[in-house]
Design a protein around this ligand. Structure first.
Ligand code: 13P
Ligand code: SF4
Length: 343
């Protein structure tokens, strides 16, 4: 028998009322919560009925994060959740490549993606044919791909990394020649991090960027530091090296949250997508967010209505399908990441 707890509009409002970032789309009134609750309850019922798990990236809208998610996290944690789940169906509310990673780890499970927009500026910046060409140009290099790539691109690379482990993994790769793709700014940050650690490697990188993170600049940091001398600046490694150099902490979205939890300071400038800022407002009500944040149109294209639709009656485009040989080769690069992260 299904025993799903039905949330009330008042409970949802209580949980979301402190969130005030990301434009009116992420502001909640009791009336708006009353409109959202029937869909949330229908999703949670269907989830139990179908033995489905809903994995959600922190950048996705708060009503999804706090209304229906089973796990919320960064790409590293979510790929581990995808690997370890015993659910029959995985609904991945994030971007397509994250759903593809879940499918690569679970080729026999149904993986559904509710996002209305495919890809993202970073994942779209490179395709498999380009990686094959680069491999001919750089024959002795270990090819390291960021997790923000398609399964096809991962299948052409040796090791996958996420923002949570890129420096550790690259440091442990025995080859001293590394080709990193597709993020140019993360590639530059990788060069700087290896230099700071005293690790000698020749690192080349591709030209892609994330349109959300490349926008941040040092002027924003200096302006905020002048106004709030005690502020902690927290940035993502997809930001440019000057921003990284002037940050108090740099890490994956989960590491950024952990830093805020553990840091005494009360004021934070978050140089990443607004989803993290809304988590800060909800989960750390005694801390203050200063400055603004930016929305990722790809992550924010996930809606409760689409989650309900894919659970009820998925269209062919909602199902992640990957050819078995690509799945096997992409899995090798992801397993290599887990191997190096453990060693
Ligand atoms: P994280 O793995 O740090 O959550 O980053 C994902 C992402 O898309 C950043 O733009
Ligand atoms: Fe892609 Fe940037 Fe959005 Fe992350 S924030 S999904 S890298 S466009």
């Amino acid at each position: 028998m299904i025993t799903t707890h039905h949330i009330t509009p008042e409970e949802l409002y209580e949980s979301l009322k402190t969130i005030k970032v990301g434009g009116t789309a992420c502001h909640y009134s009791l009336k708006k919560c009353a409109e959202l609750v029937p869909t949330i309850n229908a999703i949670n019922e269907l989830k139990e009925e179908k033995n489905a798990v809903i994995l959600v990236h922190s950048y996705v809208s708060p009503e999804i994060v706090y209304g229906v998610a089973d796990y919320v996290g960064d790409s590293y944690a979510l790929s581990k959740n995808a690997m370890e789940t015993d659910a029959d169906v995985i609904v991945f509310a994030a971007v397509r490549f994250m759903g593809e990673t879940a499918k690569v780890m679970n080729p026999h499970k149904e993986v559904l993606i509710p996002t209305a927009l495919d890809g993202c500026t970073l994942a779209d910046s490179i395709d498999a044919a380009t990686v094959r060409r680069l491999r001919q140009q750089f024959p002795d290099y270990t090819f390291v791909c960021y997790i923000n790539t398609t399964a096809e691109v991962k299948s052409e690379c040796d090791v996958c990394v996420t923002s949570a482990n890129v420096y550790n993994v690259v440091e442990r790769i025995p080859n001293d020649k590394i080709y990193f793709l597709p993020d140019k700014l993360m590639g530059q940050n990788l060069v700087n991090a290896m230099y700071a650690l005293g690790v000698h490697k020749t690192i080349s990188y591709y030209t892609g960027t994330c349109y959300v993170h490349e926008e941040y600049n040092t002027e924003q940091i200096f302006r905020i530091r002048t106004e709030y001398p005690n502020v902690k600046v927290v940035s993502h490694p997809e930001c440019n090296p000057a921003v990284v150099a002037h940050s108090d902490f740099v890490g994956s979205t989960a590491q950024m949250l952990a830093y805020m939890r553990e840091t005494e300071s009360r004021e934070f400038l978050m140089l990443t997508e607004c989803g993290l800022s809304s988590r800060l407002q909800k989960e750390f009500p005694n801390k203050k967010l200063v400055g603004t944040c930016t929305l990722c149109r790809y992550m924010k294209s996930n809606t409760l209505d689409d989650i309900l639709r894919v659970l009820k009656d998925p269209a062919p485009a909602d199902r992640v399908v990957i050819a078995p040989d690509i799945c096997q080769r992409a899995a090798r690069s992801i397993e290599a990441m887990f191997q190096y992260s453990r060693s």
